[in-house]
Design a protein around this ligand. Sequence first.
Ligand code: MG
Length: 458
Amino acid sequence: MESTSRRAFLGQVAASALAAPVRKSNVVLIFADDLGYGDLGCYGGKARTPNLDRLAREGMRFTQFLSANPVCSPSRAALLTGRYPTRVGMPRVLFPTDQTGLPEDEQTIAQMLKPLGYKTMCVGKWHLGHLEKFLPTNRGFDEYYGIPYSNDMQPRPLLHSVPGKVETVEATANLETLTAHYTEQATGFIERSKDSPFFLYMPHTYPHIPLGASAKFRGKSRQGLYGDVIEELDWSVGEILATLKKHHLERDTLVLFSSDNGPWYQGSPGALRGRKGSTYEGGVREPFIARMPGRVAAGKVCDSLGSAMDMMPTIAKLCGATLPNKALDGIDLWPLLSGQKTTLDRDALLYFDAWNAQCIRRGNYKLHVSRYNSQVYSPAPAAGRINLPLPQPELYDLSSDPDESYDIAPEHPGIVKELAAILEAKLAGFPEEVKSAYATTHGKKTRGNVGTFPALIP
Ligand code: MG
C-alpha cells in the first residue's frame, strides 16, 4: 500500500512539474469621473453604451454600490486604499496650489500588487497629489500618463512619468483628444504586459467638466456633448475589451468599472436624489460592473450593498496579495461576485462630506444627521459654507423610498436611536478632526442664526 501511495504521489509531483505555472490574474480598473448612476444604458440611461452594457451582461452589475465620498480626491483615496478618506488624511478635493497628496504611509492597490511581480500603470486623472513625490510612479505604478488633477484646474498639463522622470506631453492638455490618447496608452500597456500579470488603473477625466470629445463622437449622441463624451468613454471600454480578447486574456482578467461621484451640472443620477457634492444617494451611488468569465457570475444583477472601499480586499483575494497592516473599511466582495451569495451582512457604512459624518446606512435604512448649508462650489452664503445639524435626524428606507423623499424617523425612533448610536461609536475610532467636526456640528453651541440644537444623543 505504502509503495502504491508513494508512486501515486511521485506521479502527481511529476504531473504538476510539467503543468504550466498558474498565471496570476490581471486587473483592469476603469473609473469614470462625475458619472451619474443613471447615465449608462444598462442603468436606464439614454446614451448608447453598448460596450458597458455587454460588460454587464457578461458579468455582474450592482445597484447599491457607493463611492466613499461625493467629490473627486477623497473618493479616489478611498478606492485605492480601502479606507475612508477621513482616515487617510484626504477629506477634500486637492487643487494645483496644494503641496500635499495621499500620505506616504498609506498603501495603494498598486503598492499591494507590486511585490507579486505585477506590471502596473495608471492612465488618467490621478488627483492624489500632483507634486512628483505624490504621483502614481511613487505610489506603486511603473508608469503614469494623464492630467494629475481635474480638467477645470489650471494649468492643465498632460504628463507622462516613469519613476524618477516626469515629462510634459502637452503643456495644456487638448480636451478633445484626451479620451483617445488615454485609450491608446491603456491598450498599449496591455499589449506590452500581456506575458506578465498586470494592473491597469484607468481613472478617466470625463464626464467631469469642461467636456471634450473627438471629432468621431462630437454631435453624434442625442444628449449633447455630455452624451457624446459618454459614448466615447464606452468606445474606450470596447477598445480595452477587444485588446484583452485579442491576446486571449479575457478569462485571466478581472475588469471593473465605476465612477468617483455623482453627476455635477449635466448627467443623470437616475431616480436618486442629489448630485455631486451631496451625501444623498445621487452624490455617491455609482454604476459598478465586474466581469471575469468563469469567476464572476455572468448576467447577474446584485442588489447587495457594495463600496468602492471593497476594491482593495476584493483584488487582494483574487491576486493572493497581502493586505496592508491597517484597519480597512472595505470587505471582500467575492462571495457576491462568484454567485455563492446574493447578499452580504456588512457593517454599517458612513457618508462623509469633508470631515463631517453626515449619514449612516445599514442595509436599506439610511439616517441623515447633518448637511451643508449650500451646494459644493456654489457661491457660499455670508456665513460661509458650514455643516449644520438637521433639526431632527431624518430616516429613509431605500427599499421603499429610493429617492430619499419621505422621512420615517418619527415612526421608527428605535431605529433612529440605534443607527445614531452606531454612528457615534464608529466615530470614536476616527482621527481627531472627524470627532471635532462632529462635536462642533452637534454641540450645544449656537451657530449663526440657525438656533441651538441638542446633541444627537443627549
Ligand atoms: Mg469626480
